[in-house]
Every structure is written in C-alpha cells, then in structure tokens.
Design a protein around this ligand. Structure first.
Ligand code: GDD
Ligand code: MN
Length: 377
C-alpha cells in the first residue's frame, strides 16, 4: 500500500504538457526575427506539444534579451545564452542536448527555412520508419530562391565533394533544416564537431550510413532582417570537416585547419623570401628571417580568423596574442630543426627528416598555441 501511494506521487511519463517536439533555433544577431519566428511556430504547431530552445551566442544586438522576454511570457520558450563561444554547429548540439522531446528539429531564426514543413517532419518521424528528416532544396519541389549564382554554385560544389568523399548519398547534405530522433542524436553527439556550420553533414558522415533518412522538399526563402553569417572562410571550414571525417576523427578539425594554415604560411614564406632576395637584395639570412616573420604573422591572422574563430582575439588581446605566437613558433622552429637533425643522423634521407621536423613543428605550435595564445576562457 505504501508502495502504491509512493508510485502514485511520482510523475510518470504520462505527465501532461511534455513536449513531443523540441525546436532548436541557433541565433546570432537576429533580434528582429525571433518574435516573428515564434509566432509562426505557434501557429503552424498548434495542437502539437512543443518547446523552442533558442541558443544565442551573446549577440551584440541583444537577441537573447528579446528571447528572454518571450520566455517570461510563455514557458514553451527557452533561451540559452552562451558567453565566450561562437559557432552554429556547437549551438545546435547544445540546444538539442538541453531539450527533452523525443524528436528535435533545427531551424534558422531568419525565416529562410519553411517552418510549415515541421508538422510533416514530425509525423514522418512518428511513423518510426525514419531517424532523420531533411528539408531539401535540391529534390523535386525544392528550391533556393535567395542564393545568388556564386553562392549557389559553391554550395553545389561542396555538396558534390561531400557526397563523393564521405559517401553521403542525400541530395542536400548542407541543409540547415532537419528533424531527428533524440535517441539517434544522443548516440552520435560525442562524435560531432562543435566547430563550423555543417552539422547535418557531420551527423550523416558520423553515422556512416546507419540512419534511415528521408528528404522532403522546401523552398529556401530570402532573409527579411539582418545578414548571413556565412563568410568565405566557411569553405575552408568545410574542407576541414571533410578531412577530419576521412581520417575517422583521428585528427581534430581544429588541428587540420591549423595545419592547412601552416601550409599557406609556407607559400607566404617563399614569396617573401623571394621578394627579399630578388627585389630588396637582402643577404640570405636576413631574407630568410623576413620570410619567417611574414609567414608567422600571416599564420597568426589566419588562425585568429579561421582556426580559432570561436575564440577570436580582439582589440589589445591581438597584440599580446601575436607576440606570444612569435615566441611559440620560434621555439617550434628549434624543435623542428632538432627532430629533423636527429632523424637525418639515423637515416640520411632528406625528405623524411624534413617531414619529421615539419610535423614536430606543427604539433608543437598547435599544442602551445592552444595553451597560451588562444586559451579557453
Ligand atoms: N548561436 C549561433 N552562433 N547562431 C549562429 C551563428 C553562431 O555563431 N552563426 C549563425 N547563426 C545562426 C543565425 O542567426 C541563423 O539563425 C542561422 O544560424 C543560419 O545562419 P545564416 O547566417 O542565416 O546562414 P545562411 O542563411 O547563410 O545559411 C543557412 O541555410 C543554409 C541552407 O539551409 C545555414 O543553415 C546553412 O548551414 C545552410 O546550408
Ligand atoms: Mn540565413
């Protein structure tokens, strides 16, 4: 009897008001869009128990304040305000993991995705026949009216590369609009990269074909307020994700970006060395030092913009970071030469020794930069 009354007081899964769908909305400077989006969700999801989790990276325009006000009026709305962090994928992952419905959908805040597809997405998931429903621009009935030609062809090219390299077979793996079963997502979450923009591609690649996916067409609309946060660096980001997945995550996306920047630095070094020798007629040691100086500086700038974009140094911190970066790289050079020399001592094969030294250098620079230059707050 005691048992029975205790059981009665426990709120079981029958408790009313639990959401069936969690809608996750990543936001950055979307102040003028979030209220409209919520009103539209309310309308289109009428009759479906749902919650909306906005994940805002401390937008300078105060998006989180608008969302907070909404959530003070309606318990279905929540706001996660992240401080000191940036990134669409990471925001989506955190949003899903902070929500509780058996199904989760990701939708952009800027009204470019068609929220009226959500009931259909949910219904398809509820049949139990699918794990993931993707809003697709590239199947019959879908389109992207707002992409300019340049962006459209870049998107197509990236899609082709992704399909071939990662053996992802759906038409629109770059879509930012999809719904997924919670259990499937939770299983994959530890493998996902929090960096970058391509969370769907990451999910598909990490699942290695084990998800039952269905695409439904939708029209990618145009933005009403604010601007896109996707810049040209996204292409490099994307390349990094493809490489990381190809190595089965043996190397992190951040390390790959760091190494790619390093390769660009090599090119900068040679151009500067050539210019110093041929144009400014400097003696070789000075010319070589000039090359190294230029390469380190450009590497720092690129790493600050790309590799560590989520922890980008600003203002006075840039100067401090740059000086620390010079220091780290100078020590890295000693490590590089030291390793190359001892390898050459054992086996006088120049390229093997050179590669070993370069690898040592980049690993050192990467480890120390993460510790001292772009420290996690
Ligand atoms: N929290 C957070 N942090 N949100 C972000 C960040 C960030 O660093 N960057 C962008 N967002 C939010 C934006 O506020 C918006 O709600 C959504 O993510 C998409 O960003 P946009 O800048 O509008 O991207 P887009 O329109 O160029 O591209 C979108 O649609 C494509 C087609 O579906 C993205 O979803 C792409 O991933 C997608 O391929
Ligand atoms: Mn957009």
């Amino acid at each position: 009897m005691n048992d029975a009354s205790q059981m009665g007081s426990v709120q079981g899964p029958q408790a009313i008001g639990l959401p069936q769908l969690s809608v996750i909305v990543p936001t950055f400077n979307e102040r003028d869009n979030v209220t409209t989006l919520f009103r539209r969700l309310e309308k289109t999801l009428a009759g479906i128990p749902f919650e909306v989790v906005f994940v805002d990276d401390n937008s300078p325009d105060g998006t989180w304040q608008v969302v907070r006000a909404l959530s003070a009026e309606d318990s279905r709305v929540r706001c996660i305000r992240r401080i000191g962090r940036r990134g669409l994928s990471g925001a989506c992952i955190e949003g899903i993991l902070a929500s509780s419905a058996p199904y989760a959908a990701i939708i952009d805040a800027d009204l470019q995705h068609d929220e009226t597809q959500l009931p259909k997405m949910l219904a398809l998931l509820e049949t139990g026949r699918f794990d993931l429903i993707v809003g697709s621009r590239y199947i019959e009935g879908g389109s992207s009216e707002s992409f300019n030609r340049q962006r459209a062809s870049a998107s197509q090219l990236a899609t082709e590369v992704a399909k071939r390299a990662l053996r992802v077979s759906i038409a629109d793996p770059m879509s930012g609009f999809f719904a997924i079963r919670r259990d499937r997502f939770e299983a994959l979450a530890p493998q996902l990269s929090t960096q970058g923009f391509k969370i769907l591609l990451d999910i598909l690649a990490s699942a290695q074909g084990k998800l039952r996916v269905k695409e439904i067409p939708y029209t990618f609309g145009s933005r009403l307020h604010g601007e896109s946060k996707l810049d040209s660096l996204v292409a490099l980001d994307f390349l990094g994700l493809v490489l990381a997945k190809l190595t089965y995550d043996a190397v992190s996306l951040r390390f790959l970006l760091f190494a790619m920047v390093g390769c660009l630095g090599l090119a900068v070094h040679f151009v500067a060395l050539y210019a110093a020798l041929k144009i400014f007629a400097l003696p070789f040691p000075e010319a070589q030092a000039t090359g190294a100086f230029c390469a380190m500086t450009s590497n720092f700038i690129l790493n600050n913009f790309l590799t560590y974009r989520d922890q980008r140094l600003k203002g006075f911190a840039i100067l401090r970071g740059l000086l620390l970066f010079y220091l780290v790289c100078s020590v890295g050079l000693f490590a590089n030469v030291g390793v190359a020399f001892s390898v050459y001592d054992q086996q006088p094969i120049w390229w093997l020794a050179g590669a070993a030294g370069a690898l040592m250098g980049v690993v050192w620079n990467y480890a120390m930069s993460g510790l001292f230059v772009w420290r996690k707050r």
